[in-house]
Design a protein around this ligand. Sequence first.
Ligand SMILES: Cc1cc2nc3c(=O)[nH]c(=O)nc-3n(C[C@H](O)[C@H](O)[C@H](O)COP(=O)(O)O)c2cc1C
Length: 280
Amino acid sequence: MLTLNTENLSTQEIQQYLQYAIAPRPICLASTIDLEGNINLSPFSFFNLFSMNPPICIFSPSRRVRDNTTKHTLENIKLVPECVINIVNYDMVQQVSLASCDYPKGTNEFIKSGFTQLASELVGPPRVAESPIQLECIVQEVISLGEKAGAGNLVLAEIKRIHIQDDVLDSNGNIDQVKLDLVARLGGDWYARITADNLFKVEKPNSKLGIGFDHLPKEILENNVLTSNEKAQLANVSLLPDLNMTTQAKAFSLETLKAIKNALDNNDTQLAWHIIQTSI
Ligand SMILES: Cc1cc2nc3c(=O)[nH]c(=O)nc-3n(C[C@H](O)[C@H](O)[C@H](O)COP(=O)(O)O)c2cc1C
């Protein structure tokens, strides 16, 4: 195993390892303005949702690793503490990349990247009309993480108004995760696209406690055919089914194990336990 102390690595090396490891990251396309109303638009993947009440998301325009200068987005926010966070889908991704170019201060990246300005209702910076979800935010605080090149600046943005395009809503008025077609940033030039065929659900009933690996019968726990994911599905039931598995219990046949795997693959944990019960 490669083990590294960050104090022995350059900022570029840290960036190289950690941006690949801490991924995929959602992308916010942030629009801001300066005191004269000049508009800026830049993407940030050091971004996430951190609080529901109040609803706060945080993104981080870092000091440039190259020359330790600060980003125009940060400079604008310190003058006018408002922003619009525009969520990025697949259809926008090449324009988003273009908007990340280091254009001189005062350049409106809406114009450079071909996005359409849409007036906001509560804040000064405009929305990106092409974005499926636009969040009008008031910046509550900016926390500097240092003065060295590569240091982050946490922008704590309170979401005041949410605009959602109709075509990403389902019939109940909720966001349809597949229709949204989100993209995320990974290491280097890698991006991920969230499509129907790479989405899956993991059942996590908040109301119940899973029995845990420590309560799995030895014949399940020590079985090498079942994966750790499959054992975790079995350990996620709240009651251990009535099993009579003793230290002498016979091993499962390959056919039985395949049936258990198949049930778990279909998210049918009850059936998987039923097969276990009837096979011992
Ligand atoms: C998808 C994507 C994500 C990015 N994420 C960040 C980030 O989280 N923090 C950062 O400082 N720069 C990030 N960048 C680079 C900035 O977008 C870039 O430095 C931009 O020019 C900053 O513009 P500004 O100086 O006008 O604010 C990202 C670029 C791309 C394409």
